[in-house]
Design a protein around this ligand. Structure first.
Ligand code: XMP
Ligand code: MG
Length: 184
């Protein structure tokens, strides 16, 4: 079902609702098969992963737990630096657990690299990553991402949890933001 109208700040729709739904369902089935013996605790990274977490969790027919972390990466504007501060930590103890990190997007991968080593230091049985989107830069960091929804071009995208200055998170699709919105 092609979208015929969209937000005026959106240059074009990259992934419509149906494409996202089909992919998330597919990821959920894969995860369910891989974790059938011992369901994971899903760790969503706030706020961007809210939508993918909600949809992914509902497409995994196992008794998964959902927990959340909020981190802030110090950096200039749109680039992250890899220096990370925890704004909200997990409620759960992940010692001995199977952890699946749920992310909206991996760009430089620096935030994720920090998060991985932080979570690994807590003694989990395993830590894997599921991301809806991955940008080309991410290929340059040595992080093994087990589940990837879509590899996307190096453009600034918004919607389905992703924001620009906290706006557009509630759009049901992933779109490319018009350059005129962030350039003058
Ligand atoms: P890394 O450390 O992988 O950081 O560079 C990824 C984080 O950067 C943000 N990011 C984006 N946010 N549209 C967004 O709304 C984008 O195109 C985009 N690229 C990177 C995002 O917060 C992600 O968690
Ligand atoms: Mg953001």
């Amino acid at each position: 079902m092609p979208q015929t109208h969209h937000h005026p700040d959106v240059e074009r729709i990259l992934l419509d609702e149906q494409q996202i739904r089909e992919k998330v369902t597919e990821l959920g089935e894969q995860i369910a098969a891989d974790y059938a013996d011992e369901p994971p605790i899903l760790v969503g990274v706030l706020k961007g992963a809210v939508m993918v977490m909600a949809d992914l969790a509902r497409s995994i027919p196992l008794d998964v737990e959902m927990d959340w972390m909020a981190v802030s990466s110090y950096g200039s504007g749109t680039k992250s630096s890899g220096v990370v501060r925890i704004l909200k930590d997990l409620s759960a103890d992940i010692d001995g657990r199977r952890v699946l990190i749920v992310e909206d997007i991996i760009d430089s991968g620096l935030t994720l690299k920090w998060l991985l080593s932080n979570l690994r230091s807590r003694g989990p049985k395993s830590v894997e990553i599921c991301t809806l989107l991955r940008k080309p830069e991410a290929a340059r960091v040595e992080i093994d991402v087990k589940y990837v929804g879509f590899d996307i071009p190096n453009e600034f995208v918004i919607g389905y949890g992703l924001d620009f200055s906290e706006a557009y998170r509630n759009l049901p699709y992933v779109g490319v933001l018009k350059r005129s919105v962030y350039e003058d």
